[in-house]
Design a protein around this ligand. Sequence first.
Ligand code: BT5
Length: 261
Amino acid sequence: MPGTRFTDIRRFDSVDSTNRYLLEEARAGADDGVVAVAEHQSAGRGRLGRRWEAPAGSNLLLSVLLRPPLPADQRYLASAVVALAATDAVGAVLSIELGIKWPNDLLASDGRKLAGVLAEADAVAPEPSGGLGPPIVVGIGLNVNWPASDADLPADLVGVATSLQQQMGRSVDRGEVFEALLLALEPRVGALGTVSGRTGQVQDFRARCTTIGHPVRVELADSWFEGTALDVSPEGHLVVEVDDGQRSVVAGDVVHVRRPS
Ligand code: BT5
């Protein structure tokens, strides 16, 4: 993409996972800004070993290799800027406003999931020099033209997943969304290099995070609790108000609970 760091774009008809591919490239020393984009993934992955579903040739499946100079306690911003850039892109191309569900989902206004973001770091990749940080691979699966309708979905995703096509009532040009995403991502990644830039990204993330203010159920490894999400901290933790005070959630699954009507 001219004018951005994303000049090395590797396109695959099929790959197991664009994240897996770029993590291996990072280990071999690949540069900041390499992009992998696939028509199909045979083992597309979500968080915690879950799968990401997308039939061939219908959605955006891409990963970027970033080496942002982030303080260790703000590494979450690498995935936040990708989520933000995707909302920018969808807003610019289609004038649809998406919300970000903490920590990494993009939701349509009906609450269904349009995209998921997966950031993975590689502990064994060589430390870069020249002011760059260790590599982070951030992948995003964005449902562009699948599902066209709920009839396309496996039973467990009905009412859960939607697509830009379903939201717009017409098919959507994947290339246009892809280009808009990389164009929007460039200044956001650039901003990660300064304190004021990072503050701006934290503010944007909070402003678009629809989890804030919402009643939530937080599912942890072996327990759960309910409360109202109050804020996202500068380190990316979700702050939840519970009966006896506040709890800060570093990692977990959050369900937006409906308000009693
Ligand atoms: C995510 O995980 O939402 C992160 C997904 C990241 C996928 C991209 S695609 C390019 C790159 N390469 C990869 O291998 N991965 C990244 P999580 O929050 O764990 O959500 C996974 C769950 O979302 C699944 O268990 C399903 O319930 C649901 N799901 C699967 N496919 C979906 C889809 N296309 N649309 C909406 N929900 C889906």
